[in-house]
Design a protein around this ligand. Structure first.
Ligand code: BDR
Ligand code: CA
Length: 314
């Protein structure tokens, strides 16, 4: 039976690819809803971008919701310098037919979780955790219905990508992140330590483009755009592909090595705000609250992505 999931995202080229990967896999994943949040770009663009991806993938009946337009206790930060002004530079923007649901994303999350069986639903956040943190704060009972959280966020060995200490999604809403990591439900986290191993090299992007369907072409276009900024920044052969690691882990966990340990979020320090202190070597007795990903089979990841994208036609 397909695992029911809610994808909470801020598209974002890599969020968009995560959506495509999930949509390509109905045998394994049942997408109950796509909730959007302010992050890479403001909310009005992230919700539009998510709906565009549904159009491109031929899933115009997907349920897309708009949620929080700012972090729980702070002002928003965005990342146009990476993603472009649209958030998804690399594809031509159009007004999608996939409708925006009237319900607020946080209300949808609460209602859907409360209606589900105990430990039934997997929540997959690939943006700042504002929607999820707000939902938990407003209705803590939803946690009884969460099977697990599979998050893109945090950094240990890699250091930060938005500040020297912090990864963007955690830095954008550290208070929300703290709520989720301390929720008491299992959390698997795909941080920069692993996403920086998943590089979209020119060869890998060319292989995707050659699949020749609209989803593969959109993916290749977005990854090519991503390439420009990140390859220069990291001096690597290609840009890291962050968010799809969450979905890949759900589809093929054997691609990843993970370790159960403690992760604590810095919410006070001006210098290291949003830092994820990952107790990888178990040097404290803080409770184990995360399954931290630290290694990935990058070729296997791109094989999976390419194989799944063929399902949108050739
Ligand atoms: C994360 O931040 C965003 O820029 C990406 O979409 C990803 O979710 C990486 O730090
Ligand atoms: Ca994202």
């Amino acid at each position: 039976m397909a695992r029911p999931i809610i994808i909470d995202c801020d598209p974002g080229q890599d969020d968009a690819v995560a959506l495509f990967l999930a949509m390509s896999s109905p045998d394994e994943l049942e997408i109950l809803g796509i909730t959007t949040v302010a992050g890479n770009v403001p909310l009005e663009l992230t919700q539009r971008n998510a709906r565009m991806m549904c159009d491109i993938a031929g899933r115009k009946n997907a349920l897309v919701f708009a949620g929080c337009n700012k972090p729980m206790r702070r002002e928003a930060i965005t990342a146009e310098y990476i993603h472009g002004n649209t958030g998804i530079d690399g594809v031509d923007v159009f007004e999608p037919e996939t409708p925006l649901q009237e319900q607020h994303a946080v209300d949808f999350i609460i209602e859907t979780l409360l209606a589900a069986d105990a430990h039934a639903i997997t929540v997959v956040p690939t943006g700042p955790l504002s929607n999820i943190g707000t939902a938990i704060e407003r209705e803590p009972k939803i946690l009884e219905h969460v099977r697990e959280f599979v998050i893109m966020g945090g950094a240990m060995r890699e250091g930060g990508n938005r500040s020297p200490s912090a990864e963007f999604n955690i830095l954008a809403d550290p208070e929300a992140a703290e709520i989720v990591f301390n929720s008491g439900r299992p959390v698997t986290s795909m941080g920069l330590d692993v996403t920086h191993q998943v590089l979209s090299t020119r060869e890998r992007v060319a292989r995707i483009r050659a699949l020749g369907n609209p989803v593969a072409e959109a993916t290749a276009g977005m990854l090519s755009f991503f390439h420009r900024y990140d390859s220069k920044k990291y001096g690597s052969e290609g840009a890291p592909l962050h968010d799809p690691c969450t979905v890949a882990w759900l589809l093929k966990p054997g691609l990843f090595k993970t370790r159960v340990c403690n992760l604590s979020v810095e919410t006070q320090s001006e210098l290291t705000l949003g830092h994820t202190a990952v107790d990888f070597w178990h040097v404290t007795d803080r409770p184990h609250n995360v399954d931290w990903a630290y290694e990935v089979d990058a070729d296997g990841f791109y094989d999976l992505l390419s194989e799944r994208l063929t399902r949108f036609g050739g």
